[in-house]
Design a protein around this ligand. Structure first.
Ligand code: PLP
Ligand SMILES: N[C@@H](CCOP(=O)(O)O)C(=O)O
Length: 467
């Protein structure tokens, strides 16, 4: 059975079921598999003709074995990916010779988050039924995780869900996708603050759950929960297999905020998929690009952009990468994270660790004008409208690609219909909302606006859950 360990080295080892039902480790770290499952090229090659759900079973099962029955997992995955609007689930769109966008927006909320959160909701149901437990979900969103988490868990009988988003800083479609879902276990909190403050409050809540009063525990739906990363690994295998991998290597450009999606790509590589290049593509909230290019980790104030989902200054999952770069030394990582999270001094990585990071990743930051320009260029070249986040990935790929002979795949992380400001600014008409969302703008909204104050948020959650 797979065991999971904390990046800070001082929390107990957990099983998959226990990891699913938590968020941060008690030592403040993030859980990662103790040993990463690996597959030979021949084994990966033998999966070439599998439909998405069956491939997902091959990739995910080693992470959950012993906690989730194989047939039950197969049923969950077939239900989840059978519900996507495109039969291929994650189709590739070709932009140029050896240049592709992997469309990850055919799930119910039109962003890549559905891949993991639809599965996570069903896995929660599966284990909570068996344990006769109820949980409280607390999540932070810069726009997309929130609606995908709500869609993924709204039918879960044993869950109350509280999603914090930065008030006025997500797009209208994103907000409405969260606030119009009906269900007396769903709570949307618009905080008077930014995404980082929301994420900090969620993380702090895992450290002291006494506000929950009863027996209930907190569960994370952000990518600090390993169950998120696990499901996101699958589409790297799927896209590579569709383009001749693992015989041919692939390169990926990943629009990055919390470093979850690109960490999933790094995991796919560790599991045996030949990935030659992974590009960290950021907007002007570019802390990771500055670290990679100048070896200076310095958190600047968060800026609001036309790519709101990537308006993140502290990328949670970078800690998982640092854990590997520092040879899985929990004590060294605790010390480093202490300095990075203090946000007071500029932190530098050891040169040797930085060199390792640069072997694995390239990075590039794209400002708003360049984002608009690449949306226009790609439309002119192909007639294809990119969402602004995906556009950042395409631009970064074109700037820092290492080898034109290797297929470059940019993760298409969201549908452009969610981002009116960028689409209109680029001079395009808004695409139509898909059938299941046509009346989104007329639906009634439900949300509470609260200050970015942990005590107030805890009181709100306690009142709603136990009042
Ligand atoms: C549309 C979109 N693109 C990119 C990202 C960045 O992904 P990650 O946070 O996993 O780096 C997000 C949010 O996470 C997103 O919603
Ligand atoms: N971009 C996300 C922010 C949270 O990231 P997550 O992948 O850790 O959930 C969003 O759109 O909410």
């Amino acid at each position: 059975m797979m065991k999971y360990i904390s990046t800070r080295g001082e929390a107990p080892e957990l099983t998959f079921e226990e990891v699913l039902l938590t968020g941060l480790a008690v030592d403040g770290g993030l859980y990662v598999p103790k040993e990463v499952p690996t597959f030979s090229k021949e084994e990966i090659e033998s999966w070439r003709d599998l439909p998405y759900a069956e491939l997902a079973h091959k990739v995910i099962y080693p992470f959950v074995e012993g906690c989730v029955d194989s047939d039950a997992l197969a049923k969950i995955l077939s239900e989840v990916y059978g519900g996507f609007a495109h039969k291929a689930v994650a189709p590739l769109q070709q932009l140029d010779h050896n240049e592709y966008v992997l469309e990850l927006f055919h799930g119910p909320t039109l962003a890549f988050k559905d891949f993991a959160l639809q599965t996570l909701g069903r896995l929660l149901d599966y284990v909570l039924e068996r344990r006769h437990e109820k949980v409280v979900i607390m999540g932070a969103t810069s726009g997309d995780t929130g609606s995908a988490a709500i869609e993924g868990t709204k039918a879960c009988k044993n869950v109350d869900i509280f999603i914090l988003h930065p008030h006025g800083k997500v797009s209208e479609v994103q907000r409405r996708q969260m606030t119009t879902v009906t269900g007396d276990n769903i709570y949307n909190i618009a905080i008077e603050g930014n995404f980082d403050e929301a994420q900090d409050m969620v993380k702090a809540s895992f450290g002291d759950q006494s506000f929950l009063k009863g027996e209930r525990k907190l569960v994370a739906v952000n990518s600090i929960n390993w169950a998120r990363i696990m499901s996101q690994i699958v589409y790297y295998f799927y896209s590579a297999l569709n383009l001749g991998g693992p015989v041919r290597p692939m390169a990926y450009s990943v629009p990055t905020g919390n470093f979850g999606d690109i960490f999933a790509g790094y995991m796919a590589k560790k599991m045996g998929l030949p990935i030659e290049q992974l590009i960290i593509a950021t907007n002007k909230n570019d802390v990771l690009h500055r670290l990679m290019s100048k070896n200076k980790y310095e958190v600047h104030p968060l800026m609001h952009t036309i790519t709101p989902s990537m308006d993140i200054a502290v990328s949670s999952n970078f800690e998982r990468l640092l854990f590997d770069l520092y040879d899985r030394d929990g004590a060294a990582l605790s010390e480093l994270m202490g300095r990075m999270n203090a946000k007071t001094d500029v932190v530098e990585l050891d040169e040797e660790k930085l060199a390792k990071a640069r072997e694995l990743f390239d990075s590039y930051a794209v400002d708003e004008d360049a984002t608009i320009k690449i949306m226009q260029d790609v439309f002119e070249e192909t007639g294809y409208l990119l969402d602004p986040h995906t556009a950042i990935g395409v631009k970064a790929a074109r700037e820092v690609r290492r080898n034109n002979k290797i297929p470059m795949i940019t993760l298409g992380t969201a549908h452009p219909v969610k981002f009116e400001e960028a689409v209109l600014r680029a001079g395009f008409d808004m695409p139509k909302l898909p059938h299941h969302l046509t009346d989104l703008m007329e639906r009634e909204e439900r949300m509470d606006v609260l200050p970015a104050d942990l005590a107030e948020i805890h009181k709100f959650i306690a009142d709603k859950t136990f009042g």
